[in-house]
Write a protein that binds this ligand. Structure first.
Ligand code: AMP
Ligand code: FE
Ligand code: FE
Ligand code: ZN
Length: 281
């Protein structure tokens, strides 16, 4: 069983619409796929229908952009939550609105040195999708400033760049609580992704676990080898769910569908714990 529980469509910063993503998953031999766009769930319906047509199992999910009180950014996956739970929708609205004004500020700074405009970025963003630096990267690629997203992220879009602007987001401990209240299953995405920058300290994991964190995404290409060892010990100590996934973004990243997979017994635990929406397996 190939079970991939972390993927993006163009509802956020993936490059394929949900139906195309499901088609690609079927072609890659994925048996069960979760759609986990950043900060919204509007791709669920199309993905669920396509999955039913193509015989792929579907788990509704989302990746919530969060701030850690100890500093830094945390991505929290949520599976099977109620997509209409208003307190969660309220914080997601704030995040998406501030992502938009933050992207405009980044573009404003970049425009002083590069031939880029907010209109151009919008041409590379599906209307209604969660905007992020990848869309700005696509605009930069289109005018030949960089060759791909990766080059943009290692230069002008890096968090250390002088063009970088941050944005407010929900506190990660609050996100865990909100996901649980919405009947969802909170899983910490790529928790030891040191390649992306700072990771949170060990004590912070205990805070998230105390709040009800259900799982850790251990098998992810961005987690360091020592980080995976730490996470494996932590999962064993607290009997947490362990997942493995691709974090596929279509043509936006080299990550391949099904490059990491989740154990069927762990999927079963997610399916048993989630009560806010239905999987179609
Ligand atoms: P943002 O949410 O706007 O801060 O941008 C971060 C997003 O950019 C993450 O969700 C990643 O999927 C994506 N990203 C980060 N690094 C890279 C990279 N090197 N190449 C392509 N996409 C990236
Ligand atoms: Fe992304
Ligand atoms: Fe992420
Ligand atoms: Zn992701």
């Amino acid at each position: 069983m190939l079970i991939d529980l972390h993927t993006h469509s163009n509802i956020s910063d993936g490059t394929q619409r949900p139906r195309e993503l499901i088609r690609a998953a079927a072609a890659a031999g994925v048996d069960v796929l979760a759609l986990t766009d950043h900060d919204q769930t509007t791709g669920w319906e199309e993905a669920r229908n396509a999955a039913a047509d193509l015989g792929v199992g579907f788990v509704p999910g989302m990746e919530i952009t969060c701030h850690a009180s100890v500093g830094g950014s945390v991505h929290m996956l949520s599976y099977l939550h109620d997509p209409h739970y208003q307190p969660l929708l309220d914080v997601l609205d704030v995040t998406r609105t501030s992502r938009e004004s933050r992207a405009q500020r980044i573009v404003g700074l970049l425009a002083e040195d590069y031939p880029i405009s907010w209109e151009l970025v919008q041409e590379h963003t599906q209307p209604g999708s969660t905007v992020g630096r990848p869309h700005i990267a696509d605009a930069l690629v289109s005018v030949g400033v960089v060759i791909n997203r990766d080059e943009a992220f290692s230069s002008m879009l890096s968090s250390r760049s002088r063009y970088y602007v941050s944005h407010p987001a929900v506190d990660a401990v609050d996100a865990v609580r909100l996901v649980l209240e919405a009947g969802g299953v909170p899983v910490f995405a790529h928790p030891m992704a040191s390649v992306r920058g700072r990771v949170v300290p060990a004590e912070y994991f205990e805070q998230l676990i105390e709040a009800g964190l259900a799982g850790l995404e251990i098998h992810h290409r961005d987690n360091s080898v020592t980080g995976k060892k730490f996470l494996t010990d932590l999962a064993r100590k607290h009997d947490l769910i362990v997942t493995g996934s691709s974090d596929y973004h279509g043509a936006g990243k080299p990550n391949r569908l099904g490059e990491n997979s989740t154990d069927p017994a762990m999927l079963q635990r997610i399916l048993s714990a989630g009560t806010g929406s239905m999987a179609s397996i």
